[in-house]
Design a protein around this ligand. Structure first.
Ligand SMILES: [Mn+2]
Length: 315
């Protein structure tokens, strides 16, 4: 396993990628195509669900970024200073924010350089064809930056890339990570984690992907109710309990919802929501990320202790 040398990566990124390559459509297309190849190869083996054995090293988990390059840089510097080599992103890299192109290119670059240490989950703003999202100004931003011909080509490369992003990740015995939430359907003692999180046929696969990308936790019902978002469901603590049991994990870590204090807990601390961006339109006081430590099985996971918060003053 190649160790992530963030100091070098950051220098590369800031000096090279942001100042030069990012302005050149053919460089960006090459980066996207190279990452596509890596993701295509990986998808063949995981089919949408990544399973990692209990980690020997720390993992840093990043929530929604939505174009916030400053927060992303802050988080990478923290990882560098703390000697953390593994990163899991929970999706929603793009839409909103003037730096949304950089904010997705940096995780892609990390994936290319450190494929075994970097995991890029899919968010609802990396939408499947059947589930459009609003606002979705990413394709507009690509056209503005690279012109309409290259911008349209690039967006079509990105769409292919979104299809290959994993839907969920299980850290064995520890955590279930996904963008929205666990599915409210097909809950049974006999279902496997693969069937539960990916569906047992094409029809289920689409419905479950919608839930995984769009669901939010609620304290108002133990099971499920329709979501105010018009897609996905609100899931109650019974769904959380079942999802943890089916996936043999202890906590669900997800993004998707803005949090004024950077993060929030639901269902007795068994659902952690991370929001890793600052600034408008949410103007949240804090953003956050989370550190998953190895050998959690023997100790107690205290979400409040694992979450690191930061504000605009820290950037
Ligand atoms: Mn989202």
């Amino acid at each position: 396993m190649k160790l992530l040398r963030l100091k070098t990566v950051l220098l590369d990124l800031i000096e090279d990628l942001i100042t030069n390559k990012v302005h050149n459509a053919s460089n960006v297309r090459k980066l996207v195509k190279d990452v596509l190849e890596v993701l295509r190869e990986e998808f063949k083996s995981h089919n949408g669900l990544i399973r990692l054995s209990e980690p020997q090293e720390k993992f840093l988990v990043v929530g929604d970024l939505h174009g916030d390059l400053q927060s992303l840089t802050h988080i990478l510097r923290f990882a560098e200073a703390s000697n953390i080599h593994n990163m899991i992103f929970l999706g929603d890299y793009v839409d909103r924010g003037e730096n949304q192109v950089e904010t997705i290119l940096i995780p892609l670059y990390l994936k290319l350089k450190y494929p075994d240490n970097t995991f890029l989950l899919r968010g609802n703003h990396e939408p499947p064809e059947f589930l459009p999202v609003y606002p979705h100004d990413f394709p507009v931003e690509l056209r503005l930056r690279y012109g309409s011909i290259d911008g349209i080509k690039l967006y079509s490369d990105f769409k292919e890339l979104f299809q290959l992003m994993p839907h969920a990740l299980i850290v064995e015995g520890t955590a279930l990570l996904l963008h929205g939430g666990p599915p409210t359907r097909n809950i049974s003692k006999h279902i496997t984690a693969y069937e539960y999180l990916l569906g047992r046929n094409d029809d289920e696969r689409f419905k479950i992907l919608e839930e995984v990308l769009w669901n939010d936790p609620t304290e108002d019902t133990p099971y499920a109710e329709p979501s105010y978002r018009g897609a996905g469901y609100l899931f109650g603590y019974e769904v959380t309990k079942s999802a943890l049991s089916i996936t043999n994990t202890r906590v669900i870590v997800r993004g998707h919802e803005p949090c004024f204090n950077g993060f929030k807990l639901n269902h007795d601390g068994r659902v952690v929501t991370l929001f890793s961006r600052l600034g408008p339109p949410y103007n949240n006081a804090y953003a956050s990320f989370m550190i998953l430590k190895p050998r959690l099985r023997s100790g107690k996971l205290i979400p409040e202790e694992a979450v690191v918060r930061f504000s605009l003053q820290d950037l």
